[in-house]
Design a protein around this ligand. Structure first.
Ligand SMILES: CC(C)(COP(=O)(O)OP(=O)(O)OC[C@H]1O[C@@H](n2cnc3c(N)ncnc32)[C@H](O)[C@@H]1OP(=O)(O)O)[C@@H](O)C(=O)NCCC(=O)NCCS
Length: 143
């Protein structure tokens, strides 16, 4: 596995990982793919690469298998679901299903956390549903 920053030529893949990041409760049908076009989700990826955006990817044999990215989503009309204050970066993360529970999510969050710390952020926000077992990931990763 290789962890590294995303390249601009890979920004299109953010759409795939945005879709993967949507929590689907057990037994529920997956949402249609075009759900990522709704404005409340679109602003997590639209125009990615602007100042302050950071994205780490995990690559396995040339395939991107996980991504964690952050951006500041505090403009009126496009606040993130996890916004807890202006000027704070918000996290989005997903790992392809075949690659989950192997520590990749933790590896991505640690790298993103370190990169944000290096540019002066000591906090990052996120939105997670209480039923999503991913909630444990954030507790572990911040220790
Ligand atoms: C959440 C997600 C990114 C975690 O990535 P991952 O590579 O599987 O995470 P890790 O292997 O590093 O797991 C870290 C911890 O998170 C917990 N965890 C994460 N996902 C879990 C799941 N689906 N079921 C149970 N525990 C889970 C585990 O407790 C694990 O700790 P452990 O290794 O001590 O058991 C991945 O499961 C995913 O893409 N899920 C779907 C999208 C999603 O929910 N995104 C987050 C929205 S807030």
């Amino acid at each position: 596995m290789i962890y590294r920053l995303i390249k601009p030529t890979e920004y299109d893949a953010l759409d795939d990982f945005l879709y993967e990041a949507i929590f689907i409760p057990e037994g529920a049908p997956p949402p249609p793919r075009d759900v990522i076009l709704t404005p409340s989700l679109r602003h997590y990826v639209k125009g990615f690469g602007r100042t302050g955006d950071i994205c780490f990817i995990c690559e396995d044999n040339g395939q991107i298998v996980g991504m964690a990215w952050s951006r500041i989503l505090d403009e009126p009309g496009c606040r993130g679901y996890g916004n807890i204050g202006d000027g704070l970066p918000e996290l989005a993360i997903s790992v392809l299903s075949d690659y989950r529970n192997k520590g990749i999510g933790t590896g991505l969050i640690r790298r993103l956390h370190d990169a944000l710390g290096a540019v002066g952020y000591d906090k990052i926000s996120l939105s997670v549903q209480q039923k999503n077992p991913a909630i444990h990931l954030y507790c572990y990763s911040s220790n």
